[in-house]
Ligand binder design. Sequence first.
Ligand code: AMP
Ligand code: MG
Length: 489
Amino acid sequence: MSHHDQRENTGWNFENTYITLPEKLFTMQKPIPVHSPQLVMFNEPLAKSLGLNPESLGSKDVAVFAGNELPDGSSPLAQAYAGHQFGHFTMLGDGRAVLLGEQITPGDERFDIQLKGSGRTPYSRGGDGRASLGPMLREYIISEAMHALRIPTTRSLAVVTTGETVLRETQLPGAILTRVAASHLRVGTFQYVANWGTEADMESLVDYTLHRHFPKVNHGENRYLALFREVVKQQASVIAKWQLVGFVHGVMNTDNMTISGETIDYGPCAFMDHYDENTVFSSIDREGRYSYGNQPGIGQWNLARFAETLLPFINSDEEKAIESAKEVLTEYAKWYHENWLNGMRAKLGLFDEGEDDQSLIEELLQLMKQFEADFTNTFRSLTFEDFEDNNLFHSSDFKYWYKKWNQRKEREEQSKSDSVELMKNHNPAVIPRNHQVEEALQAAVERNDYSVMERLLDVLSNPYAHTKEQEQYTTVPKRNRPYITYCGT
Ligand code: AMP
Ligand code: MG
C-alpha cells in the first residue's frame, strides 16, 4: 500500500475554522516529535464514530498520535486563554497541547482533535510541555466512564507512550493523549480576549461561538444574551449530572469550564465514596473551594466571570446589561436545582413531582453522611432492596425513612417494576472507584500490563447494566487513609 493510500484510508477529514479567528487567539505550533512512540490505548468505537478507519490503523497513525507526523489537512496550533485559578486571574494557554484540527464526522459533526503532552508551546511558562503515562491513562478511564454515565465530556481517542521520560517528583514514562472535544473554547478564552483583545476580537469570538455551538439562537439583537443563557443552561445541566453520580472535578478554574458544556480536564478529579458534601480530593485545594458541595455555586461564580466578558454585547447600557446577566444567573440556580431534583427523583424511582420530595432526598443524604454510607452503593441497594451489611440500613432512622419513601412511591401511577427500571437506569452499578483506577494504572505503568485497565474499561462502559460481572467492582475498601489526588501530572 502506498503512503498516500494509507493516509486516505485512515479517514481524517479536517476542516479547520479556528485559524480564521483573530491571530491573538492562537499560535501556529507543531507537536514536538518524540523518540519512540508506541500505541498503548486506542478507542475503536470512538474512532469509528469520528469516521476513522481502525482496520487500516498502522505505524503512520501511531506517529500521528505521537505528534511525529501530521495527518493530511491538519493545521496544528496552540490556543491562547486566560483563567481564574482558585480565584486568581492569570494568562494561561495550551502549555502542553496542540489542536491538530477539526475532524468532520460522517454524520457532519465537528470535533477538535487535540494532542495533550505534545511538547512545549509559547504558553508553556515553566512547564516541559509533556505529560506522564499514569495521568493520561487516568484521563482516558475517567472521561470514557463519564461518557458511559451519559455525562457530556471530552473523550479519549488514544494514548501513546513516547519512549522518553518526564521529570516530576521522579522520572516517569512520558505519554500523549489524543483528546476529542466539541471544541476547546472555555470561559477562559473569553476572559483572555476581554482582557487583552479589542472589541472586534471579541465580536469575532462571540460570532464564531454562536455559529459553531448555538446556531439555533444565532439571530436577532438578543443573540449575545441568548448565547450566555445557553451556556448557563448547559452548565446547570452538566454540574447537576456530576452531583448525581458523586463526581468531584477538583479544579473548576474558569479555564477548565467549556462553552460546549462538556466536562474537561481530568486532573485531580475523583468520585466520592461515602457521602459527604465536604469531600475534596485534590492536595492543593486546602480550603475546599472545589469540594463536592461547592461545585454548583462555583459553576455560578465561573459563569458570572463569563458574563462579564459579554456585557458590552448584551447591552450598550452597562447597567441594563448587568441586570440581564444577573437574571440569567438567578435562573442558573433554578435550572440547576430542577435538574438535580428531577435526577434525584429518578434515583429514588419517582416519576412525578411531590411537594416533599426535596426533604425526603435531603433526609436520606443526611443519613448517608451520618453513617458514612457509600453514595453509589446506597442507591444501588435501594434499587434492588438489598439491605445487607451496612450500618445505615439497620438503623431505626433509616427504617423510618424507608417507610416514608414507600408511602411516597405508592402515590405514583406507575407500577413497582417501572419504578425499579427507572432506578436501574439512574443508579450506576459501577463508577471509576479510586482504588480500582489505581490498580489498573499500576499494572499498566509499572508492569506494562494493560489487561486490568481493559477489564475495568469494559465494566465501566455500561454502568447501568447491573451485570453479575460488575458486582465485584462494587466493593469499597475499608477506609484507612483519605484518597488524595495531585495536580503535577
Ligand atoms: P490545568 O491545571 O491542567 O488546567 O493546566 C493549567 C495550565 O498549565 C494550562 O495552561 C496548561 O497547558 C499548563 N500546563 C500544565 N502542565 C504543563 C506542562 N507540563 N508543561 C507546560 N504547561 C503545562
Ligand atoms: Mg486545563
